[in-house]
Design a protein around this ligand. Structure first.
Ligand code: SIN
Ligand code: FE2
Length: 206
């Protein structure tokens, strides 16, 4: 039976100056985004990066587009054998950025994080992109996670918001260098992604 109340219309929650949560923005695109993610991972398998400090990250990563993450904190490396950023991903990221007030965003890269139970992302700034004048568009798929969003210094108080399947966060402008992270993932089973949470972040890296 068709259930009119199964999906909530998307809504926006301001997070900080220049940062907004687009709740459920991806709800009609989650299956397509997930298929894209699997397609990328088939060509560029998930890996657990080792940070310059020698720690193996609990989050597994892959990505597509012009630049890919090479290490937790080391930055980007241009790669010749990369998986292209598909038109579907590009258009999705542009529509989310536009909804958040960044209509001129043209990402060239998508980093994909996979969180298993207890995986976390410690507070960090996204500052490996060549120009910081473009926003970050972040899409959550699968199991929910607590997103920490702080200020410009690591010790600033963080907002803690639950990000669920289909939620999108966009931060740029005054928030572009805000510290952010993910609390350890609680175990669970999601109908689409099983025991995982996935996060796609779109960036203009080069
Ligand atoms: C990140 O900051 O790279 C990931 C954020 C997230 O997983 O939501
Ligand atoms: Fe980040």
């Amino acid at each position: 039976m068709f259930d009119f109340f199964q999906d909530e219309a998307p809504w926006q929650e301001p997070l900080a100056a220049g940062a907004v949560i687009l709740r459920r923005f991806a709800q009609y695109d989650v299956d397509a985004l997930y298929r894209e993610l699997i397609r990328v991972a088939e060509q560029a398998p998930f890996v657990h990066r080792v940070t310059p400090g020698g720690f193996t990250m609990s989050v597994a990563m892959t990505g597509c587009g012009a630049a890919q993450w090479v290490s937790g904190r080391e930055g980007y490396l241009s790669q010749s054998q990369h998986v292209a950023l598909s038109p579907l991903l590009l258009h999705f990221a542009q529509s989310a950025a536009t909804a958040a007030g960044y209509p001129h965003f043209i990402p060239d890269s998508c980093l994909i994080n996979r969180y298993a139970p207890d995986s976390k992302m410690t507070l960090h700034q996204d500052k490996n992109e060549r120009s910081l004048s473009h926003p970050i568009v972040s899409v959550s798929l699968g199991l929910p996670a607590v997103f920490l969003f702080g200020g410009l210094s690591r010790s600033d108080k963080t907002a803690k918001v639950l990000l669920e399947h289909g939620d999108v966060v966009v931060w740029g402008g005054a928030s572009r260098l805000c510290f952010h992270g993910i609390s350890p993932l609680k175990p669970g089973i999601h109908p689409l992604t099983g025991p995982y949470r996935f996060n796609l972040t779109f960036r203009k890296a080069l």
